[in-house]
Design a binder for this molecule. Structure first.
Ligand code: TYD
Length: 160
């Protein structure tokens, strides 16, 4: 609960200070608890609405699935893109790295979303069988927004 309150405060501050060139750290990222409508008879429903449940407007969503066991995804950073990463089914781990410190999050609940700021290297590992990773992104796909090598990433971070 404390973690959720801290994340809400961080996101509020990020919204007020929306400068994509800010030097975000992994402590600007974290897990948000999403809205949950529970019915013991009919199951659960989670809603995500722009501007209400999440700190940016979603321009694009995509999902990763059928990732073979032992395979990794990600292995890049974004310059301006904000993301929410959700394990809508199964589980996987996400390691965030700001070039100083790394933090690994295990995502295994569809009502939790990992908020990732720009300028953070991420890798996704340990996909369970049947895992589906939903990504909500603040921008349309743009290859120029990617930093694809770790060497380029450390250089980019130093220049921020
Ligand atoms: P990539 O972002 O590298 O995947 P991951 O980080 O999950 O391993 O994307 C894989 C491929 O899909 C790459 O060729 C770019 C393409 N792609 C799109 O065309 N549009 C998109 O929105 C995304 C996310 C990827």
């Amino acid at each position: 609960m404390l973690q959720v309150t801290i994340m809400k405060t961080i996101i509020y501050m990020n919204k007020k200070n929306k400068n994509p060139k800010r030097r975000f750290s992994i402590y600007d990222c974290g897990v948000l608890e999403l809205d949950r409508h529970h019915s013991s008879r009919k199951g659960n429903l989670t809603v995500i609405e722009n501007g209400i449940d999440i700190p940016f407007n979603v321009k694009r969503s995509y999902f990763l699935y059928d990732v073979p066991g032992g395979e990794s995804r990600g292995g890049h950073a974004h310059k301006e893109l904000y993301q929410l990463i959700i394990a809508v089914s199964g589980s996987f781990s996400v390691t965030l790295d700001d070039s100083q410190t790394k933090r690994t999050f295990i995502l295994n609940h569809p009502y939790q979303a990992l908020y990732v700021s720009p300028g953070i290297w991420r890798t996704l590992d340990d996909f369970s069988s049947g895992a589906v990773c939903l990504v909500l992104a603040s921008e349309l796909y743009d290859e120029n927004d990617y930093i694809r090598t770790y060497q380029e990433f450390t250089k980019y971070r130093k220049a921020l």
